[in-house]
Design a protein around this ligand. Structure first.
Ligand SMILES: C=C(O[C@H]1C=CC=C(C(=O)O)[C@@H]1O)C(=O)O
Ligand SMILES: [Mg+2]
Length: 465
């Protein structure tokens, strides 16, 4: 249980109540405490019986995990998603009473976690109907695990009408309810049906795209495809998260529930991380499989580093990110050559980008400038997006878009939501894309996307590879 004396809590609530303005009916109170270590997944599982909307996040080096349950305030953008979300977030922070003694610890205190559509101009289908253009939760309760310490944040709306005693009791009850957690059993997932959506037509689209580039109407276009699965029973998200954690090193693990559906994945791609004014972005594009032996693996890695098509694919991303970051940052540092980024099923070309974010820019400005990078859209951005809108067989929804968190202390981190799937009860869609250039071979690109789906497929009962 959260360690706070009733008297102390009542005093804090009295102060919050006192601060409610004449024209306000309530105030968001955010209270953070350090607690004995808790398993983020047990909290995630335990919350299922009380709330529909949960989120989960783990960073690639496993120093930070965030579990959020419920939503005390949901930030939904309707048009200009980056600017609107930033405005809503700033307003929420301004209106909240934040009691967080651990402001040096990222992702404690008031935090918003969410994601957005890849392309607001793409026609929406039934598939993504539970996911808004952009949606961020400020959770009712959040567990932050940073290095080996755990912190709990409770967010409640204190009403003008309720007594201090009522509010304190409500806060304690909520905390108790969510912090207890629950263990989960091992589910043996069985795939009933595995439907690859229009593979031949997809290859045809890739071929068409290569023509487009030969005729110089674009230089790079990223094309994605979908696999639809159905299972013998409903999928337990907690177990999938645990399996992703065990099998996908060097990747973010994320989940975001909305209206009963869950968008989940293990992505190696960071779009931007901001800690105070330190910015880190990454260029990740260019792909090869892993070898079966150490020698074979090193040989494939060497070839990837020297392969013209993959190096070009990568270079488009570096060029675009460099331009964007030079605008918002000073002290920009970008190595001249990529290195290998090994994953379980494949390896990528990787170039880190660091800089010092100028005071006048926020993480939302960075997202606006960086999304979509040519790792997900193409070059030039607008032409490739137009091609994707017109020709891709898939409603990307939140696939390929930024997903992540911001706190009220100038920290935040967003991944690019790839290697992901949308789980809908006993069904799921998996997504994967690839960078198409003028000399792309549709069969090879198809194979690349097949391998990119394996991390999700394998934890959902698919054949292990
Ligand atoms: C679009 C995806 O991957 C991108 C990220 C890394 C490498 C890529 C590639 O080599 O094609 C893609 O640009 C995906 O996994 O769905
Ligand atoms: Mg590729």
């Amino acid at each position: 249980m959260i360690d706070i004396q009733m008297k102390e809590l009542e005093e804090k609530i009295a102060a919050v109540k006192h601060s409610i303005g004449q024209n306000e009916s309530s105030k968001l109170f955010s209270l953070t405490k350090k607690i004995e270590n808790k398993d983020p997944l047990l909290i995630f599982e335990g919350a299922k019986q009380f709330v529909k909307d949960r989120f989960y996040w783990k960073n690639p080096n496993r120093t930070l995990a965030i579990t959020g349950v419920g939503s005390v305030q949901t930030l939904i953008a309707e048009n200009n998603r980056f600017q609107e979300t930033e405005n809503l977030w700033k307003q929420a922070v301004k209106n909240a009473w934040i009691d967080n003694p651990y402001t040096m610890v990222p992702a404690t205190g008031l935090v918003a976690f969410g994601g957005m559509d890849f392309d607001p101009l793409e026609a929406k289908t039934e598939l993504w109907k539970k996911f808004e253009l952009s949606k961020f939760y400020i959770p009712e309760l959040m567990l932050t695990t940073y290095h080996s310490d755990s912190y709990v944040t409770v967010n409640i709306l204190i009403n003008k009408e309720e007594t201090i005693d009522e509010a304190a009791t409500r806060l304690r009850k909520n905390t108790q309810k969510f912090i207890t957690g629950k263990t989960f059993g091992v589910q043996h997932i069985e795939i009933k049906r595995n439907r690859v959506i229009e593979p031949e037509k997809w290859k045809e689209t890739v071929k068409e795209a290569t023509k487009e580039m030969k005729e110089k109407r674009a230089e790079k276009i990223v094309l994605a495809r979908e696999v639809r699965l159905s299972f013998t029973e409903e999928i337990n998200i907690t177990q999938v998260l645990e399996e992703l954690h065990h099998t996908q090193a060097n990747s973010y693990i994320f989940a975001f529930e909305s209206g009963g559906d869950c968008f989940i994945g293990a992505t190696p791609e960071r779009i931007v991380k901001v800690e105070k004014n330190n910015l880190l972005s990454t260029c990740l594009a260019g792909t090869a499989p892993r070898g079966k032996t150490k020698e074979e693996d090193e040989q494939i890695g060497y070839e990837l580093l020297h392969d013209k098509k993959n190096r070009d694919e990568h270079e488009f991303v570096v060029k675009m990110i460099k331009e964007a970051v030079l605008k918002t940052c000073t002290d920009v540092n970008i190595p001249n050559e990529p290195v290998l980024h090994p994953l379980k099923n494949l390896q990528h070309l990787y170039t880190p980008v660091t800089g010092t974010l100028k005071d006048e820019y926020s993480i939302f400005d960075c997202l606006k400038d960086l999304h979509p990078t040519p790792a997900l859209g193409g070059t030039p951005t607008e032409d490739s997006l137009a091609y994707i809108r017109e020709h891709e067989l898939l409603d990307r929804g939140w696939y390929g878009a930024p997903i992540g968190w911001v706190d009220s202390n100038q920290n935040g981190e967003f991944a690019v939501a790839i290697r992901s799937g949308l789980i809908q009860g006993d069904e799921a869609s998996l997504f994967a894309g690839c960078g198409v250039l003028a000399d792309s071979d549709p069969e090879m690109e198809f194979e690349e996307t097949r391998i990119k789906m394996l991390p999700m497929l394998n934890v959902l009962g698919g054949k292990q590879e």
